[in-house]
Design a protein around this ligand. Structure first.
Ligand SMILES: [Zn+2]
Length: 286
């Protein structure tokens, strides 16, 4: 408060002195390190952010490289316990501080997290994976950079859903013929899911299921936005429609799908495998 008063009082004096101050600032201090930054491609290409939002139509976002200070965030026990450690990390490395983590689409958030992991610990992600065929656990090194590029290249080639002008998608269910409007979930939704699941765990209740998630991302049913109508459809939807909805949803919504080639050293079984997000992802063993 007192500094504020001084600034006001000496305002005219300071503005006179300003030119001298700015010339000294242009001289580079050899002891001042600038952390490099990186542009991260957004899976959404900014298409789903409303007009006026910083990320509206933004194809990429600038992230600062992870620093030793960011590693302090990663080991902060209270942040880990609250489940907000990765949000805090993202907030720290985002160059544009106006961007709110809660607004981010989950797919964009995940792309940023993978990029931060790459700049912090490199593109190689070594983890132990069980073979889907023989069960033998082996060490496998995934190339995150390559997986992220492949994921970006496969965005937006949806055939089962039609995009609307308000950033949602229309999916027609094959059995009932109902037209369902869906939206991508955001960081805020992710937090709500986490909160509900923590509460349910405490009360020894099962975690949120597929139908609960559907109720979150369905915006309207045959044009009806009433929550009771949406719940009614979800609870009575034939399994064939439910399956179609989930498949079409994951195809249409911008996301990060990190898959890479896996070959079992024991039985030579090969397949494309999802990069497993274990605790080692940000806490690599060295
Ligand atoms: Zn095997």
């Amino acid at each position: 408060m007192s500094t504020r008063n001084n600034e006001d009082r000496f305002g005219s004096f300071e503005s006179d002195a300003a030119p001298a101050a700015s010339t000294t600032q242009t001289q580079t201090n050899p002891l001042e390190f600038a952390t490099p930054t990186d542009m991260v491609e957004l899976p959404s290409k900014g298409k789903f952010y409303p007009e006026g939002h910083t990320l509206h139509n933004a194809e990429s976002v600038e992230l600062r490289y992870m620093t030793a200070k960011d590693e302090d965030i990663l080991v902060n026990r209270s942040l880990i316990k609250k489940g907000v450690v990765l949000d805090r990390l993202l907030q720290s490395v985002l160059v544009n501080k106006k961007i709110n983590i809660d607004d981010l689409l989950i797919g964009d958030k995940n792309a940023m997290l993978v990029s931060a992991r790459i700049t912090g610990y490199g593109s190689d992600y070594a983890t132990r994976v069980p073979c889907p065929s023989c069960g033998t656990v082996s060490d496998h090194v995934f190339d995150l950079e390559e997986a992220l590029e492949a994921s970006n290249a496969s965005q937006g080639d949806t055939t089962l859903a039609e995009q609307t002008e308000r950033g949602t998608f229309l999916i027609t269910l094959p059995k009932t013929g109902v037209s369902v409007e869906v939206r991508p979930l955001t960081g805020k939704d992710e937090k709500a899911i986490l909160k509900t699941n923590t509460m349910r765990q405490k009360n020894k209740m099962p975690e949120l299921g597929l139908t609960d998630q559907m109720k979150m991302y369905i915006v309207s049913v045959n044009g009806e936005e009433d929550g009771a109508v949406i719940s009614n459809l979800v609870d009575n939807m034939p399994a064939i429609d439910s399956r179609h909805l989930r498949t079409s949803y994951s195809e249409a919504i911008p996301s990060v799908d990190l898959a890479q080639h896996f070959e079992c050293p024991e039985c030579s079984y090969e397949q494309e495998m999802e990069v497993p997000f274990t605790s080692e992802f940000f806490w690599p063993k060295r």
